[in-house]
Design a protein around this ligand. Structure first.
Ligand SMILES: *[C@@H]1O[C@H](CO)[C@@H](O)[C@H](O)[C@H]1NC(C)=O
Ligand SMILES: *[C@@H]1O[C@H](CO)[C@@H](O)[C@H](O)[C@H]1NC(C)=O
Ligand SMILES: *[C@@H]1O[C@H](CO)[C@@H](O)[C@H](O)[C@H]1NC(C)=O
Ligand SMILES: *[C@@H]1O[C@H](CO)[C@@H](O)[C@H](O)[C@H]1NC(C)=O
Length: 192
């Protein structure tokens, strides 16, 4: 009888220990340490990309469309609170008919009450050469009347995984009738 009780207690003990071990292993199973080589990450490199961004507001096929604003936006000299969605073409040279290298897809919002500045939140989606299918994410302030505007590159996909860097935007031309703008972009990005 004593032997039976002892075996029973031992069994309960073992079961408790096993379930404790299971609980412990589960609690850490959602994370692990990896060496960068596991993902094929070897040496970080710096890439410079140069292209032109076409903000097409007017014309037959606008790619930059106002979607929301505040009741006070039209009386604001900086169009404060205006929100625009873009799917703008990116080309190799300033002409819209030149080689398409990708698109800029996202949102910009007028976010300054004093001096026109936009909050830009968009992806540069490349469709050309070795960058085809890869993208870079831009998030930053664009004071549109400054000669050079710097915006952070906060990440990327495809060949641009783990990307970080910055974009420099310079207005190439602006049409006061259609409000269309062509903006030169120089993007400097570190990636693997
Ligand atoms: C731990 O994982 C195992 C196997 O997936 C499962 O049977 C068990 O219920 C889990 N335990 C906890 C505490 O989540
Ligand atoms: C604000 O201006 C835009 C562009 O001129 C116009 O389309 C829109 O109707 C105006 N909105 C209001 C509320 O006046
Ligand atoms: C707007 O900016 C100008 C120039 O920087 C400055 O002189 C002025 O005080 C600012 N106004 C407000 C309301 O911040
Ligand atoms: C880019 O990739 C897509 C999808 O894989 C393919 O259909 C397209 O032809 C490629 N474009 C270029 C220019 O390589």
């Amino acid at each position: 009888m004593a032997k039976f009780t002892f075996t029973l207690i031992l069994n309960i003990f073992i079961v408790c220990m096993l379930s404790l071990a299971a609980a412990k292993s589960n609690s850490s199973s959602f994370s692990r340490n990896l060496s960068p080589e596991t993902l094929g990450l070897k040496k970080e490199k710096l890439t410079h990309l140069h292209f032109y961004f076409h903000d097409l507001v007017g014309g037959q096929h606008p790619t930059s469309v106002r979607v929301a604003q505040a009741p006070t936006t039209n009386s604001s000299s900086t169009l404060f609170c205006l929100v625009t969605v873009i799917d703008n073409p990116l080309t190799a040279t300033p002409e819209l008919s030149s080689k398409l290298v990708g698109r800029a897809q996202g949102i910009y919002a007028s976010a300054s009450q004093n001096g026109t500045a936009l909050l830009m939140v968009f992806d540069l989606v490349f469709t050309e050469g070795k960058f085809n299918g890869s993208s870079l994410s831009v998030l930053g302030r664009n004071s549109v009347f400054s000669s050079v505007r710097e915006m952070p590159i906060v990440g990327g996909t495809g060949v641009f995984r783990f990307a970080r860097g910055h974009a420099e935007a310079r207005t190439h031309s602006f049409d006061f009738v259609t409000l269309n703008a062509v903006v030169g972009y120089d993007v400097y990005v570190l990636h693997y």
